[in-house]
Design a protein around this ligand. Structure first.
Ligand code: NZQ
Ligand code: ZN
Length: 394
């Protein structure tokens, strides 16, 4: 049965070669006077992208300031630094250049500048909701998080190790520039971790017990098959423009809510469990998801069996004749085979971490608190379930 839904995808997308040169012109349309450029370590500088963007802003006589050095699993301190810089300069528009970490930092700065009397971290602790947010846009250099069209932003409080998400339509980027050419410089590990993340954004919405629509399932399954095919191509042919383009566009569609219309909002427990790994061990988000998913899937599959069978057959191409349990298990095994094929881990040992029992309990406790009462749809998890999923993933 199709559930009621609201679909809101306001981000204007400029996709393809050369679009980054128009950045200044596109920003001009929003009446921005004072832009803050937000970026990560060195990749956007090395590729020449930052210089092109600076020039396109100058060409349009748009003033700008800059904050670089955003790290993966981006830090709250950088957000505070951006807020104080923005206050000094009168920033009225945030332009992120990079991936999820730069865009999420820009979103957090945008919230902080729009309501300067409040502590922005309260949003991520879910003790209040945002009333305002400055406009944000992104020039994407890695296909993964989907932040360029999503309502999410994820920030880590590096002092406490808490990685927390805040979702709000206020922060959906007003536009996103996506030139797949810029993603060819990605290390293979980041490309493939990105593909895992893209797939997971759709899989989180697919494995539910609440509502579904044939059109949504068809979009989801097509997207998953396309990303798998192109992830394999990019593993050996990283310069392949068409494969880069397929994956980049899939990354936005996977997380702008399109592949969840008509269901209950999805499961999202693999993500929530992974965010604790990111907070405690600073692992790459997509790789952390690959390490958790098989354990999660085996733990919950009996509670969501028809969806696991459908997934095995329509996405993983399982043609086994057997019981539903056997077909579902074959689908999970095929997924592990795919992860291995693209160099992704299937458990925490392969991810390179070895959490102790005590650390697992701590992560489960934090995850429970971060969930705010929503602990899954494929199966509603207790804290003890989370401990078991982490333990089985070792
Ligand atoms: O810092 P630089 O030098 O730019 O290097 C980055 C970084 O080391 C590098 N990189 C990016 N583009 C590159 C490149 N290297 C070479 N060539 C390029 N073209 O890649 C590394 C990872 O960058 P990051 O921005 O962290 O990647 P991603 O897009 O995967 O973002 C991950 C973050 O997004 C969050 C994750 O939890 C994580 O913190 N997420 C955000 C979501 C959202 N806002 O909706 C949803 C996701 O589920 C996710 O949780
Ligand atoms: Zn993700």
């Amino acid at each position: 049965m199709a559930y009621n839904f609201e679909y809101y995808a306001p981000t204007r997308v400029y996709f393809g070669r050369g679009e980054e040169k128009n950045t200044g012109r596109y920003i001009r349309r929003y009446g921005a006077q004072n832009v803050m450029l937000v970026y990560g370590g060195s990749s956007a500088g090395r590729s020449g992208l930052l210089d092109l963007i600076r020039q396109s802003l100058r060409d349009e006589n748009i003033a700008f300031s800059e904050i670089g050095g955003v790290v993966p699993n981006p830090h709250l301190d950088k957000v505070y630094e951006g807020i104080s810089l923005g206050r000094k300069n009168g920033t009225d528009f945030l332009l992120a250049v990079g991936g999820g970490s730069a865009i999420d930092t820009a979103k957090a700065i945008a919230y902080g500048l729009a309501e300067p009397e409040q502590d922005v971290w309260e949003l991520y602790e879910h003790t209040r909701k945002a009333k305002k947010c400055l406009p944000v846009a992104g020039v994407l250099t890695i296909a993964a998080a989907g932040s360029e069209t999503s309502k999410g932003s994820v920030i880590t409080n590096e002092k406490t190790g808490s990685k927390r998400a805040y979702d709000d339509n206020l922060a959906r980027p007003v536009f996103a520039i996506m030139n797949p050419e810029y993603t060819v410089t990605l290390p293979d590990y980041q490309t493939e971790a990105g593909c895992v993340d893209i797939m997971m954004h759709t899989m989180e919405r697919y494995f539910t017990n609440g509502g579904n629509m044939e059109i949504t399932d068809a979009l989801a399954e097509g997207l998953l098959r396309t990303v798998m095919k192109n992830a394999v191509i990019l593993h050996t042919d990283p310069q392949n423009y068409d494969a880069r383009a397929e994956v980049m566009w899939a990354g936005s569609l996977a997380h702008n809510d399109l592949t969840g219309c008509g269901n209950d909002g999805g499961d999202f427990m693999s993500h929530k469990l992974e965010h604790e790994l990111g907070g405690m061990f600073d692992v790459t988000h997509g790789a952390g998801l690959a390490a958790i998913w098989p354990s999660w899937a085996r733990y919950v599959k009996a509670s969501c069996l028809p969806r696991f069978v459908r997934y095995a057959e329509n996405v993983m191409g399982v043609s086994l004749r057997g019981t539903d349990e056997e077909i579902a298990e074959a689908g999970i095994r095929a997924m592990e085979g795919f992860y291995r094929q693209i160099g992704m881990p299937v458990n925490m040992a392969e991810l390179g971490i070895a959490p102790s029992d005590e650390q697992i309990r701590e992560m489960a406790g934090r995850c429970m608190a971060a969930c705010g009462g929503h602990t899954g749809s494929a199966k509603v998890l207790t804290e003890e379930d989370m401990v078991r999923i982490y333990t089985n993933a070792r």
